[in-house]
Design a protein around this ligand. Sequence first.
Ligand code: C2E
Ligand code: CA
Ligand code: CA
Length: 311
Amino acid sequence: VAVLVHVRVHVRPGQAEDHRLVAHQRLIVGLHIGHGLLSGTAQAHTAPHLVNVPEFVLPLHRLDPHIRQSHTQPVVKADTLRISGIEVLMRWRHPVAGEIPPDVFINLAETQQVIVPLTHHLLALIARDAPALQKVLPAGSKLGLNISPSHLHADEFQDDLRQFAASMPANHFNVVLEITERAMIDKNKSLAIFDWLHEQGFEIAIDDFGTGHSALIYLERYKFDYLKIDRGFVQAIGTETVTSPVLDAVLTLSRRLQLMTVAEGVETPEQAEWLRKHGVNFLQGYWLSRPLPLEELIAAHDEPAKYFAAR
Ligand code: C2E
Ligand code: CA
Ligand code: CA
């Protein structure tokens, strides 16, 4: 069955001159249509009839790999505010639509079952950039990578990571795999994978903690190294007279279990101060630094005052 999709976007007067906005809206609509069209049809992304579908509903892996890049966001130690490592975040700059938010294209990649090749691409980019990163990040720096649940459970996962480790400079970075609670539903399988990862020298962070199925039981049952507190909790600090009892409970429990904590989405000095007082180990967020392209990370290292003006 050939399906032809036409997307027409109506733009209100006054918005018409903003071509980027129009293109972006079209793309988002296209992505949603692509989502609906392709979900559940595992082979759809190889079907030749899709050739005539507009570019923006094409599967991601057919697009020029050069438009998929990465940014790095510094993570700092809460007590000294010195950089302890970075999180790598994927970026997709579309030639017409501009920057596409990762929330949109990562979801699409998962639906189209191309998250694995997309992650391969990212791993190759990191290996390529590793010598430059090595110059600005001392030995022992953490390098956080987001791993989607379907990749974690894929057959090739272990080979992919072995290959990635071999492509990186020896004994320099501590690679931290950021995994959401969603990935832990298949308990026995996840436990075995976590053990294997630790044997290989990777560290594990539970990402967006508090937004998923969020059972505190995970904290006790799984061996992992860092708990990343979702920015929803962090952003509530200072807006309520009494801070979230859930956040308090999570921090207390983390301390008891000797888990390291990372607060995400730290945007104000008040939030940073509260988190530090409550024993959070690492901070990440716009107050410290936005995600930066590699060149800017290097420049920030050479000229921190310019890039870390907020502090
Ligand atoms: P995440 O893993 O929770 O990444 C942190 C997100 O918070 C990033 O959004 C980052 O730019 C944003 N952020 C950092 N500091 C602040 C802050 O102070 N305030 C606010 N409001 N936001 C802040 P980004 O880059 O748009 O990525 C969104 C999500 O897309 C990521 O959330 C992650 O789930 C996914 N993602 C990004 N790159 C990858 C990737 O390489 N692989 C996979 N599987 N997912 C990825
Ligand atoms: Ca993450
Ligand atoms: Ca997160």
